[in-house]
Write a protein that binds this ligand. Structure first.
Ligand code: GDP
Length: 438
């Protein structure tokens, strides 16, 4: 594949003015480009100081040059790196010299796409590279790193291999019904299908912990108007993102803000006050608030501690995950009974520590890392649900032929997650390994 591709380059380090900028080059001309720009090619994988020159011989920079011959590289192709001084004029001049010498700027994701096509990583690992670059919290970093190192890919690969063996045995049942197949082939087949189905179902039924970590937990603050929802969000974020006002009903739409708490990304959503209203715009806000609360992982249900008669009925609230009761304005309500709620004052900051601890504890429960690596993307979920459905149909299917067909669908769906298996490869693999009935 590498022979037909252009040689590409891109800035691998961040934009703007930096001390050092790393230009990454990949493709069959990488070595020749280094020769052209740096005069002498450095020894493989040894950082060497070189003058970088353009075609006219003008020196553009002094740089560390790396020559990384394939296939043991990120993309699997011959590659090179230039560690330049990070000024825009240097980067631009070297980029122009590279283009003049036959390279072209890379498209988004092109290095990783090449790595995938050259078999250096499967799709789940490629996705994890993107996740790692995007990771904002420690938990996201850990999860992405684990996935990049192949934890998820290995799990799906194991299922693919086992499904393939099941399919091979199924094919044997179809092709040789009258021959002396061991009597227990059908029974073993049924057992293995059931085991696989149970494992996939357990993986799907993981309370979305991997997706929650990757996307961030959604925290909705709900409660009647004027209890201090906007004030609390501002406290949590320690900056002014929501409009605080003492006119009831001024927060008309949901506002979102992200924070990292206990190593987890949390998106806090401030919602319009929940109350019956005649105002059409505000009514829409209330409708959205209910919808947000219903999707939230954690609902902070808030009331005004100085007005205990306005306590929300937690049981009646729409929510998908955990509910934390919060009694605000504790500074105006000393000595009042606040029941199970966590007492805080968005004004003085009192009780904020306890509230943060409660949020972290709830977040940990929702994203707990135990057992096999969690599913991290809706794309994986959709494909695995389709695989499980096909496997379930296969188990109930009396016809040997149709059962084989369902198993093939299941295999293709799992193969889709890793991108490792097209139909051709699946069949090739089956027939190369299991030559039953030759
Ligand atoms: P929201 O409608 O629930 O978002 O409430 P706001 O955050 O806009 O607050 C309504 C009013 O209550 C504002 O005047 C705030 O300054 C005030 N307020 C919010 N939290 C506290 C608190 O803990 N103590 C006191 N005394 N006033 C507060």
């Amino acid at each position: 594949m590498a022979e037909h591709e252009d040689t590409i380059f891109a800035l691998a380090s961040g934009g703007g003015r930096t001390a050092v900028a790393v230009l990454r080059i990949s493709g069959e001309k990488s070595g020749a480009l280094l020769d052209a720009l740096c005069g002498r090619r450095p020894p493989p994988r040894r950082a060497s100081l070189r003058r970088v020159r353009d075609a006219s011989g003008e020196t553009l920079d002094q740089a560390l040059a790396l020559w990384l011959p394939g296939p043991g590289t990120y993309t699997g192709e011959d590659s090179a790196e230039l560690h330049l001084h990070g000024g825009p004029a240097v980067i631009e001049a070297v980029a122009e010299a590279l283009i003049a010498a036959g390279a072209r700027p890379a498209e988004a994701g092109e290095f990783t796409r090449r790595a995938f096509f050259n078999g250096r990583m499967d799709l789940t690992a490629a996705e994890a590279v993107a996740d790692l670059v995007e990771a904002e919290s420690a938990e996201q970093r850990r999860q992405a790193l684990r996935q990049m190192e192949g934890a998820l890919g290995a799990l799906y690969e194991d299922w693919s291999q086992r499904l393939m063996r099941v399919l091979a045995q199924q094919e044997a049942l179809i092709d040789f019904p009258d021959e002396d197949l061991p009597a227990d082939v059908a029974r073993r087949l049924a057992t293995e299908m059931a085991t696989l189905a149970a494992e996939i179902a357990a993986h799907l039924n993981d309370n979305r912990r991997g997706e929650r970590t990757r996307e961030g937990l959604r925290i909705a603050i709900i409660g009647p108007p004027n209890v201090g929802k906007s004030s609390l969000i501002n406290r949590l974020l320690a900056r002014d993102v929501a409009i605080v006002s003492d006119l009831p009903g001024t927060t008309r739409d949901a506002l979102e803000a992200r924070l990292v708490l206990g190593g987890m990304v949390m998106t806090v959503i401030d919602t319009a006050g929940l109350r019956e209203t005649e105002d059409r715009i505000e009514a829409e806000g209330v409708r959205r608030a209910r919808a947000r609360a219903a999707e939230a992982d954690i609902v902070l249900a808030m009331h005004d501690a100085s007005q205990p008669e306005a306590v929300l009925d937690a049981a009646a609230m729409p929510h998908a995950g955990e509910v934390i009761l919060v009694a605000n304005k504790l500074d105006l309500a000393s000595g009042r009974d606040i029941g199970d709620a966590i007492g805080v004052s968005a004004l003085t900051g009192q009780g904020l520590e306890r509230l943060s601890d409660a949020l972290i504890a709830a977040g940990r429960r929702l994203t707990a890392r135990t057992g096999p690596p969690p599913l991290t993307r809706p794309r994986h979920r959709a494909a695995l649900e389709a695989a499980l459905a096909a496997l379930t149909r296969a188990m109930a299917e009396p016809s040997e032929e149709l059962r084989g067909e369902e198993l093939r669908i299941a295999l293709r769906m799992i193969g889709r997650v890793t991108g490792r298996w097209g139909v051709e490869e699946i069949l090739g693999e089956i027939f190369s390994r299991f030559c039953i009935g030759k």
